[in-house]
Design a protein around this ligand. Sequence first.
Ligand code: GLC
Ligand code: CA
Length: 550
Amino acid sequence: MKHEKDWYKNLVIYQIYPRSFKDGNNDGIGDLKGMTEKLDYLKELGINAIWMSPVYASPNVDNGYDISDYFSIMEEFGTMEDWEAFRDGAHKRGIAIIMDLVLNHTSDQHIWFRESRKSRSNPYADYYVWRDPAPDGSAPTNWMSVFGESAWEYVPERDQYYLHLFAKEQPDLNWDNPEAREKILDIVRFWNEKGVDGYRIDAISYLDKGLDGRSNDAELYGTNACVNLEGTHRYIKEMTAKTMAPDNLMTVGEVNINSPQDAMDYASAASGEFNMSIAFVPPIVEIQTWSPEKLKRDLKQDYEVLKEDGWWARFFSNHDKPRQVSLYGNDSTYWKESAKMLACYLHTLPGTPFIYQGEELGMTNVAYSSIEEYDDIDTRNFYKTMLDQGAAPEEALAESQRISRDNSRTPMQWDASDHAGFSEKEPWLGVNPNYRDINAVSQLQDESSIFRFYQKLIALRREHPVMVQGDLTLRCPEEGPVIAYTRSHEATTWLAVHNFSDQEQIYEAEGITLTPDPPVILSNYDAHNRVFKDGNPVLRPYETILFQLG
Ligand code: GLC
Ligand code: CA
C-alpha cells in the first residue's frame, strides 16, 4: 500500500508472536482467527501498526523462521482468507500490517532446497551456498552456527557442504546469484500486492558470506565472520529500491551494529537501506552487559549518529529476549512501578516504539522445572552444550531459564480462567503460572494498571508533536542509575526522569534549572507526597516522571 514519506515516524508498533497470542479454534496453538478476535483490544491500547512474526508455511524447526513456502499460510495458523480477514480488520481500524521477511535462509523443506541438494547441475543448484569439502574432507570453514554445532552440513548427492548460519534445517540462500535474487524479490512483490504496509526483515546482515577470502575466519561463529560485508549493503539497497522505497513501505532490519558506521549504513535515509534497525544482541550477552550507564552511553551515541538523517526503533523486548520487566526492571517488589518506568523510557525517546505482546500487561519470565518443557531450539541446544561442557543439570537448567527465548513466548495472559484464556485446550507451551494475577481482564478493570499507563503514553504521542519530532538532550550525570533527558520542539520542552534502581535517588539536573515543583504530565507514583531536596526531586524506586518545562 502506498504511504506518505516518513509516515513510519508516527507509528507505535505492536509485535504479535502468532503461536502464542490467541487460539481461535482451540487446538492449543495461536492463529490468525485469534489475532482477528483481539483487534479491538489492540485498538483500545492505541497502537497503529502490527508486526507479526512469520505466518508462512513452515515445518517449525525455528517456529516459522524456517519457511517452506512464502506464498501460503502455515496450516496451524489458518488460511490465506484468514490472513486477508485479519488484514482487512486491521486496516479498517487504521492499523498498518508489517510482515516478517526471512530472506537470509529458507527451510530445508522449501522446494528450492529440495531440488538444490539433488545434484550440482539442477536448475536450483546455485540457489544456496554450496562449497567443496576441505582437502581432508572436513567442512570448508570452521564456522559454528548460531544454534551451536558446525555451520556446514555435508550432502553426499553433491559431495559438497551447504552453509547454514542458523539451524541445519535453515540453509542460507545464495544472494550472489542474480536469478535467485530476483526470485527472492518476487516474494516481496507478492506481499506488496496483498496490501502489506511494511516489513521487518530478519537476520539480514549476512547476505554476503565473503567466502572469497573477505570473511573474518578468526571468528568462531559464521554470523560474526561474515557480518556487514560490502555485498550485503549492495543487496539490501537493491531490494529496497526495487520493492519497498517506491511505495514508502515501512522497513526495519534486524541487523548487527558493531560501530556507528554500521548504524548509519543500515538506518540513515542517505544510504537507502532501512528506515530503522533492530540491533541483534544475544540474550546472554545482554544479560551480562546491560546497565543504566551503558544505556545512557548508547542512547547518546545513537542519537548523535542518526539525528540528521536517520531514525530509531525503540524496544526492550521481542520474541528473542527475556521479558523486559524481568531483565531491566524488577518483577517482584517493584513489578508495576518498573514495568511502567520502562514503558515511559521507551515511549518518550525519539524513534518508533515497539511493544512486544504481553509487555503492556507486565508479563514476566517463566521458569519451567525441566528442560523438556522448553520448546526453543536455541534453549535446548544451549542446555545440551552446557552438559557437554561438564555443567551439572541444575546449573544448566537455571542458566537456560534465564536466557530462554521461551520467556517471551509463553501464551498471552488474557484472563484468570484455565490456560489464561489463551485456549480451551492445553497450549503448545506452558502458560506462566502467574496468569491469575497478571492478565488483560484484570488490568482493563484497573485505572492504574500497566495497560492503562501504556494507553496514556500512546495517546500522548498522538497528541503532542514534541514526542515524535522533539530533539533529545541528556540531562543527567553519566554515572548512576538515573536517566533523564529533555525533548524540545518549537516552544515545548518536556523532561523525562527515570530511576533504574530499587533505591531512592536524588535527581541532579544537568544543564537545566528546575522551577520548584514543575507540572507533571505523567508519573508512576502519586504526586502528592513527592519530595524535593534543594529543588531536586527525590526519586522513589523505579520512579518515572514526565515534567512539562515549557
Ligand atoms: C532472527 C529471529 C529469530 C530466528 C533467527 C533465524 O534472529 O528473530 O527468532 O531464530 O533470526 O531466522
Ligand atoms: Ca489454533
